[in-house]
Design a protein around this ligand. Structure first.
Ligand SMILES: *Cc1c(COP(=O)(O)O)cnc(C)c1O
Length: 406
């Protein structure tokens, strides 16, 4: 017999997943309900209302997709992108590459507008590419955790309306930690996950969909016999190439019609609902400030230790920081020491940044003073143990907190 699951109490200070709020874990242990039980559909409706708050939107179609954040990305792209559709992808990191990979599978005719890793794409370059290529969809990542950069998206909606495109934004790493003002951006579909700044486990993907995107998606709905539904507005829309991620079917399931699709993942719904309740109870502004302060403290602490911080300071995500691994130090040895000696996990990096930077996250339940200070203290200890002349980072981070009276 294997032993009962009894994991060590690790402090997860990487780019996600992070430790869940205990309230979320408690909500997940509540009793199960049938999927059409009025209590259950009531919780589903409450979850829709709560995420309108979290996404700063009035969008009727705001709910969760069952699956990790990638399920939300895939549902959005498969539902928005017809085979052969022109898509413009804004890329400067690993998750931008993921959008490309999915669009390729969907048979989209995509073009990309790129920035080097560690930078963001200036908005005028996005506008230029959009006017040149006239895409039907513009897809972007808000915070790309692989590079720790936050892409400005303020004028995205305006640009899309000018050229008649719909937009998709992956805000997995920022929702609940940095402002994701869906309506102010005028974004059409925005998706996220729970395991970053929302402080839940992975496995549920909050999504919000504008009315005009919903109309487009419903026009791709076909009846069971393959005949176009009478409410389709466009005679020539291709059927959505996925059943599980068919947003028209999923919206019908979340509507008053409650048309059966999947079985809503009950315990994950409880988790998503509690994550949103916690976020709104704290208040979005207070929450953004808490993440911003934690991020500034990590940056100040790392620099005080004598480490260089990765990427463009002007566009840094507040909730995850890239830190260069010093020359004579093996990054994995430090990560192992952090885990074995201090029960702390920090992140590695991917692609061109593998072996070059660590990523330290301070997200959701973990974006707090003591967790930031403990992590910096452990990091300087591990660095000294490996022969690097680390100075104190804790003092600088503590000063940051004291100056802000947090
Ligand atoms: C972490 C992250 C994801 C993760 O997707 P999962 O399917 O939940 O692993 C997606 N996009 C971005 C920008 C992320 O930071």
């Amino acid at each position: 017999m294997f032993a009962e699951i009894d994991p060590p109490q690790r402090l997860l200070m990487g780019p996600g997943p992070v430790n869940a709020y205990p309230r979320v874990l408690r909500a997940m242990s509540a009793d199960l309900l049938g999927q059409f039980d009025p209590e259950m559909t009531g919780y589903m409706n409450e979850t829709m209302a709560l995420y309108r708050g979290v996404f700063q939107t009035q969008n009727r179609w705001t709910f969760v997709i069952d699956g990790t954040a990638r399920a939300g990305i895939e549902a959005a792209l498969v539902s928005l992108t017809e085979p052969g559709a022109k898509v413009l992808i804004v890329r400067s990191g690993r998750f931008g590459l993921l959008l490309t990979e999915i669009c390729e599978r969907l048979g989209a005719d995509y073009v990309t507008v790129d920035a080097d890793w560690g930078q963001v794409v200036p908005f005028d370059r996005i506008a230029q590419a959009a006017r040149a290529h006239r895409p039907q969809v513009i897809a972007a990542i808000h915070g790309d955790t692989s590079t720790t950069m936050a892409q400005p998206l303020d004028s995205l909606g305006e640009l899309c309306r000018e050229i008649g495109a719909l937009s998709y934004v992956d805000a997995t790493a920022t929702l609940g930690g940095m402002s994701v003002p869906v309506d102010a951006w005028g974004a059409d579909i925005v998706t996220a996950g729970l395991q970053k700044c929302l402080g839940g486990p992975s496995g549920s993907a909050p999504i919000t969909i504008s009315d005009r995107a919903a109309e487009f998606i419903f026009a791709r709905r076909h009846t069971e016999k393959g005949i176009r539904a009478s409410d389709a507005t466009d005679g020539n829309r291709a059927r959505i190439g996925s059943n599980y991620f068919d947003l028209a079917m999923i919206m019908d399931y979340w509507s008053e019609k409650r048309l059966n699709h999947h079985t809503e993942a009950t315990s994950m719904l409880y988790a998503a609902r509690e994550c949103a309740r916690i976020a709104l109870q704290e208040g979005l502004e207070a929450r953004f400030a808490r993440h911003e302060l934690a991020g500034r403290a990590v940056v100040a602490g790392a620099r005080a230790i004598g480490l260089a911080v990765y990427g463009d300071d002007a566009h840094r995500m507040t909730n995850v920081t890239g830190i260069f691994i010093p020359d004579a130090i093996d990054g994995e040895t430090i990560r192992r020491r952090m885990r074995e000696d201090f029960e702390i996990e920090i992140g590695t990096a991917f692609g061109p940044l593998a072996g070059k930077i660590w990523r330290i996250g301070a997200m959701g339940y973990n974006a707090r003073k003591h967790k930031v200070l403990i992590t910096l203290g452990a990091l300087e200890g591990c660095l000294r143990a490996e022969g690097f002349a680390a100075r104190s980072g804790v003092d600088a981070a503590l000063e940051m907190y004291e100056a802000s009276h947090a």
